[in-house]
Design a protein around this ligand. Structure first.
Ligand code: SF4
Length: 337
């Protein structure tokens, strides 16, 4: 069943269309889908087969996205569908990300208003997070839902691989409040070989989000033997520092074997080494999927005092004023509320 005709495509011939939503710019023959498996050429128009098809909805701590500097300690209604425009061989969420539109045929449909109504009924909810799979390929549904959510003062959050063209990104930026972008590596060959994408568009997305003033955090999943080169990692954190500022929170995440990749989990030594490299350039560095003494809490980058303590998803704000300053030295900390 097809729902909404995409806005971002060109007709090439009577049968062939070119999707302009993400940098793959797939040329799709009549009856086929693009790489993401959810954008379908039917008689010369591209349909978003995933529109309104919600396969997962949960109330999650905002820290689970992960966002550590956005409404710390709050919960957010989190939703996702099937499909992804990247094909990471180590995908940690492949059961939904690597399914195509056929798996959505029996999934219940939720109109944008229905989804917002459910979000509004959740206790202590700050908004809607589009997450679990790649939300950019859910573009029309995310836009329509986020517009309505905004009218009810709900926040809109995206957890994304950042692989989108600039025109749709700019359209979406109007409605979004916060992003966590997965910067998978600083090596274009890594992107090409192990994800099927390229690095440059992801960097452009990160720069655009930063320029827009929307809240931005970045995640890097360190995968054993694929992107665990310390020099490359150093170049990545330098780039983050130079392009989005030293106060951009960075989450260094430990990989576990998944999907088509079975190398052992990232070693604790590698995560510790990368943590220290990142701390040379960035003020707020965190470690995920592993417990490290200093990898969870927020410290004042000026005086070193503890500002936010995180014990699992128990969050305790300490020594931080209502306007986000360190109570000891007055340093302004990036905390968006
Ligand atoms: S959104 Fe899907 S169909 Fe469109 S260019 Fe990207 S991968 Fe291809």
């Amino acid at each position: 069943m097809s729902y909404i005709v995409s806005k971002y495509y060109d007709s090439l011939t009577e049968d062939n269309v070119k999707c302009l939503l993400c940098p793959h710019n797939c040329i799709i023959k009549n009856g086929n889908t693009g790489i993401c498996g959810v954008r379908h050429n039917i008689d010369g128009s591209i349909y978003a087969e995933n529109y309104g098809k919600v396969v997962a909805m949960n109330m999650d701590p905002v820290e689970k996205k992960p966002l550590y500097h956005y409404y710390p300690g709050h919960k957010i209604f989190s939703v996702g569908t099937d499909g992804c425009n990247l094909k990471c061989i180590f995908c940690q969420n492949y059961l939904i990300s690597q399914s195509d539109y056929k798996s959505l045929q029996d999934v219940d449909f939720y109109s944008p208003q229905m989804l917002v109504d459910i979000a509004l009924r959740q206790k202590d909810n700050i908004g809607i997070a589009y997450t679990y799979n790649e939300p950019f390929i859910w573009f029309e549904y995310v836009c329509d839902t986020a517009k309505i959510a905004k009218n009810y003062a709900l926040k809109n959050v995206m957890v994304t691989n950042g692989y989108i063209n600039s025109a749709p990104l700019n359209e979406l930026l109007q409605y979004m409040d916060a992003f966590n972008v997965d910067l998978k590596s600083f090596n274009n060959n890594f992107y090409k070989r192990h994800t099927g994408a390229t690095l440059e568009p992801v960097l452009n997305t990160i720069k655009s989000i930063h320029k827009s003033g929307k809240h931005l955090e970045i995640t890097n999943l360190v995968v054993t033997n694929l992107n665990d080169n310390a020099d490359e990692f150093r170049n990545m954190v330098k780039w983050i520092c130079e392009n989005t500022g030293s106060n951009t929170p960075l989450h260094i995440s430990r990989y576990f074997p998944s999907y088509k990749y079975s190398a052992p989990p990232t070693s604790a030594e590698t995560i510790i080494e990368f943590y220290h490299i990142a701390c040379e350039y960035l003020d707020f560095v965190y470690t995920g999927n592993i417990y490290l003494d200093k990898g969870n809490d927020t410290y004042c980058p000026q005086c070193g005092k503890t500002l936010i303590l995180r014990n699992g998803y128990n969050i305790s704000l300490q020594n931080i004023t209502n306007d986000g300053k360190c109570e000891f030295c007055g340093k302004q900390i990036v905390i968006s509320e």
